[in-house]
Design a protein around this ligand. Structure first.
Ligand code: TEU
Ligand code: CA
Length: 568
């Protein structure tokens, strides 16, 4: 792996070159591939592993250190692969195990690690374990899943609701018991209390490491310690016991990166997962900035305007919580979330490019490991779906009757799904301006955003001022500069309604980032803790060699200056 032991530069001027204390994944940037929508090599309209291999040079040029690959395992695809029927087989539509091995090798040759998606809160109902388990009350695999008798009137054992809408219990007629599924009924929850099940998972993970993978992203990992009878689902009593066991049995001694998806993680419990002496994970994906923007009553299904001050507060709180121990992940978007530039920026023709670059600047100069979601590096936008029936996503389809039944109007639901729904991020990657957008020569499984003729990789990459060039530069800066990976984070002007600003400090140096996150010019009084003079390392609207006092910022102007603290 590249950057594993990057040498620090002699910035302190003491003539010493030290081995950096950072691990490779603290300097690396991750890139998420949602394989179904990335690149289709065989023309069946579905992205695949050979297609991904054909685009590795694009990712190597971007400079990323690892790919988080959303599931490619065998699956009936009720939830696009997050319903796995065999952890050690590749879905035929994505390719073969030989393709997977070639991907790992080809990525490695470019200094890129492959991080697999570990989906072990649940399997598919078509997994061999579940097929066996449902057969009888005494089946050897029965206890791998969560079964309960019906309540006295024959209904579900309790009121637990699926995160995709509707009851979390489904009656299995074969044995007359209900099984638990926190997601779709085709995603039965595994029973982590069973030690034999855990041992099977550890062995499976170890075999993936033997194939040369660089780590795991762990799907809804905060749900595995649940105590369903006590009504505790996320952050359950046995969660950290299981993660520590996982570490002992699979991760210990390996130089790999792990990131647990944890919607319940808060600044005050994140160190339990990522503290350096905990023996758990490298970092978690937490969603405070996402949930902050949701409606109190209808969650993501009722669209709300962006609240910049609230957004900054959330990021600043996480930077503070993990300042000295633990490690942050940094992301705007993923396959479950809207496109960054549409959600937090301005995706109009006038400001799309500059606002996408400004958002990248804000995120990538914080402390943590940034993740780029496919297409974000060229500023891809949300797609407008005009009718509820056009959506493909199981979460949207299951929630439609539930949310409209709770009083949300059909128009509001459509607006919410367009603003926050998961299909936005899942429309195919836009590579070229030609028919099929360079994604497929066939019929794409989900429509391609019609703006692909203007917004595509080829067009953006040919523009030296494009979004890609900006991301590439930010990623390279993180690889090279300790102040970005390690510097102390100093929030600035947190209450300013338009400007995002912070400083980073290390060894007598300061890096100040100031960004106008609106489509209008704004005047900003930089607090003295941000004063800096030196070299401009990132800019979306022209360079500046110093930042001090009153600053007039153009729309979506972001600028970062690295230098010494100017003597006052
Ligand atoms: O997502 C977890 C999850 O809880 C999301 O579905 C989330 O609830 C939703 O987007 C917000 O309303 C993970 C995967 O990332 C997702 O794609 C899977 O569908 C889900 O787990 C089940 O495996
Ligand atoms: Ca294909």
């Amino acid at each position: 792996m590249r950057f594993r032991f990057a040498l620090t530069q002699d910035r302190a001027g003491d003539g010493e070159t030290k081995m950096s204390a950072t691990t490779w994944w603290q300097r690396a940037t991750g890139y998420q591939v949602y394989p179904r929508s990335f690149c289709d090599a065989n023309g069946d309209g579905v992205g695949d592993i050979p297609g991904l291999i054909s685009k590795l040079d694009h990712l190597a040029d971007l400079g990323i250190g690892f790919i988080w690959l959303s599931p490619v395992y065998a699956s009936p695809m009720a939830d696009n692969g997050y319903d796995i029927s065999d952890y050690e087989a590749i879905a035929p539509e994505f390719g073969t195990m030989a393709d997977m091995e070639r991907l790992i090798a080809e990525a490695k040759a470019r200094g890129i690690g492959i991080v697999m998606d570990l989906v072990v809160n649940h399997t598919s109902d078509e997994h061999a374990w579940f097929k066996s388990a449902r057969g009888s009350l005494v089946d050897a695999k029965r206890d791998y899943y969560v079964w309960r008798d019906p309540d006295s009137d024959g209904g579900p054992p309790d009121e637990t609701q699926s995160l995709f809408g509707g009851p979390a219990w489904t009656l299995d007629p074969v044995t007359g018991q209900y099984y638990l599924h926190l997601f779709d009924r085709k995603q039965p929850d595994l029973n982590w209390e069973n030690p034999a099940l855990r041992a099977e998972i550890w062995a499976m993970m170890n075999r993936w490491f033997d194939r040369g993978t660089a780590g795991f992203r762990m799907d809804v990992i905060d749900l595995i310690g649940k105590d369903i009878d006590a009504g505790i689902i996320a952050d359950g009593p046995r969660l950290h016991e299981y993660i520590r066991e996982m570490h002992r049995e699979t991760l210990r001694g390996r130089d790999v990166v792990t990131v647990g998806e944890a919607w319940s993680a808060r600044p005050d419990n994140a160190l339990l997962y990522t503290g350096r002496d905990r023996g758990e994970l490298s970092m978690v994906f937490q969603f405070s900035h996402v949930v902050e923007g949701w409606d109190a009553e209808f969650g993501k299904w009722r669209a709300r305007p962006r609240d910049l001050v609230a957004l900054k507060r959330v990021f600043n709180a996480w930077q503070a919580a993990l300042a000295d121990d633990g490690w942050n992940s940094l992301f705007w978007s993923n396959h479950d979330l809207p496109r960054a530039v549409s959600k937090y920026g301005d995706d109009s023709a006038e400001w799309r490019v500059r606002s996408a670059k400004a958002l990248a600047t804000v995120l990538h100069l914080m402390k943590g490991t940034p993740y780029v979601y496919q297409g974000e590096e060229i500023g891809m936008t949300n797609m407008a779906f005009s009718r509820v029936e056009e959506f493909d996503d199981v979460e949207i389809r299951n929630n439609y009757p539930v949310q409209t039944g709770r009083g949300l109007s059909e128009d509001e639901f459509l607006a919410g799904a367009n603003a926050n729904g998961r299909d936005n991020a899942r429309t195919p990657m836009q590579w070229e301006a030609g028919e099929g957008a360079g994604f497929t020569v066939g019929t794409p499984w989900l429509p391609i955003n019609p703006n692909y003729r203007a917004i595509n990789v080829a067009a953006d990459r040919s523009d030296p001022e494009g979004v890609f060039a900006h991301y590439k530069s930010l990623i390279s800066l993180r690889n090279r500069l300790d102040i970005i990976s390690q510097g102390r984070f100093v929030p600035l002007a947190e209450d300013h309604p338009a400007v995002w600003a912070y400083a980073r400090e290390l060894a007598g140096e300061r890096l100040t980032m100031v960004a106008n996150l609106t489509s209008a010019p704004v005047g900003f009084d930089l607090p003295p803790e941000g004063t800096v003079a030196g070299r401009c390392i990132a800019a979306t609207a022209g360079p500046r060699d110093g930042l001090e006092g009153r600053i007039e910022l153009a729309p979506w102007e972001a600028v970062a200056v690295l230098g010494s603290v100017r003597p006052t």
